[in-house]
Design a protein around this ligand. Sequence first.
Ligand SMILES: [Zn+2]
Length: 89
Amino acid sequence: MNFNKCVRCGSFFASSDNICPNCQHKDKVDMISIRNYLANNELPQNIEMLSSQSGVSVKNINRYLKTKEFSDIKESFFNANPSNIGTSL
Ligand SMILES: [Zn+2]
């Protein structure tokens, strides 16, 4: 069995995921917060603004933007301002 370090809380857990089971739930809640925010508001100018408006950390938003579920949001940010999406993605 593999032990991985959770990228969100830093705890070790037995799985091949990057995220521990506790944080998977928190990620889901965060993703819903971001979706809800964007459903009711214009796309913020940058990820920092989305973070302060939605209460989700920039680090976590950047992580979500790498997922397939958030590829449309990533594209919106990129179309709004290509410098929003750094080379880290
Ligand atoms: Zn965790």
